[in-house]
Design a protein around this ligand. Sequence first.
Ligand code: PLP
Length: 369
Amino acid sequence: MPKIDSEILHTKLDYRKSHPSVTPIFQASGFEADSSDFYARKSTPNTTELEDILKKMENSKYALAVSTGMSAIFMCLNLLRPGDKVLICSKIYGCTYKLFTMYCQQHGIKLDILDLTNKNSYQEILKNKYDMCFFETPTNPFLYSIDILKVSNICKLNNKDCLIIVDNTWATPICQKPLDFEADIVVYSGTKYFSGHSDVMAGFLTTNKTELYEKLLELRFYGGFILVPFHAWLIRRSLQTFNIRIKQQHETTLKLIDKLKKCDFIRKIYYPTIDGKQLTNYGGIIFVEVDDQIVNNYSKILEKIKLFGTGTGMACVTSMIAQPYTGSHASLSEKEKSKMGITPNLIRLCFGLEDPEDLYEDLLNAFKN
Ligand SMILES: Cc1ncc(COP(=O)(O)O)c(C=O)c1O
């Protein structure tokens, strides 16, 4: 008979007979020798389940779950080699802009930044031979659309192997499927709509190309980018309400836009074009340009507002208010912000699941007084 020390170490339930009604959290760093998971840095049942759902949502052949949206983007950068040439859109999330500029400078990669929301830039693309083109659509900020198929076709004219990478965070796979429009890789910050509850960070990559998937899978394993089982489990749970949250947030957004249009302190509302082809629907994030008086009183407004969270986060069940100038794009210099058109007057509003009337009253109350 083994001694108690050995018993304590080796007593293990055969959980396979339990048939749990939901997949439990596999809080294990390693698996038995006959397991396909092998080691939790390679894959876990929780990441595999999540990836299976994402593949179904996006009709993609492959999906990979990673620790954050930025690690998904970092993994894409790792596909580049010194001497390569990259194009990014000038309207882009602040940290993505920073990461691309830093990485390309450090690794001898030529980086071009063009406004891909403007068709005039297509001529400029044609003058170059890019190895990668990375953009968001709708863009953060301003929610402008970029024609994925068009940009892909133009980039591939001079280099058929040019990688087209779309950050689909703000559209989500429910409203837009970039792989159907000749994107090679799609990346997501799962911290936003996928989570929807501001309680977990995650990132995703999808592709239909076996060679790319294998490279990214290897990179995830050696680089240690994989999403931990608990976070995968939380996101998997959030996915059960993904569709319904988007629908509700979309409805609330339309109602709020209708009301905000009539407010004299709002100069402009930014909302994406739902063309029914590339972008088939949209969730709950908009930008508004407010007048100077609001900007001067912004800290007082944040003190007054009750139903909108003021921290870093968005696309969740509770509403949020943020100023890109001091928030998502704060790491950019004055010159870079001005080039992107980001002024202190630009405010991001994310609508959650609160009653739309309450949200409007709360905004009015905070902005008006
Ligand atoms: C469009 C976009 N992509 C990527 C990211 C980065 O994602 P994460 O914060 O999960 O690293 C963000 C974060 O706000 C984002 O807005």
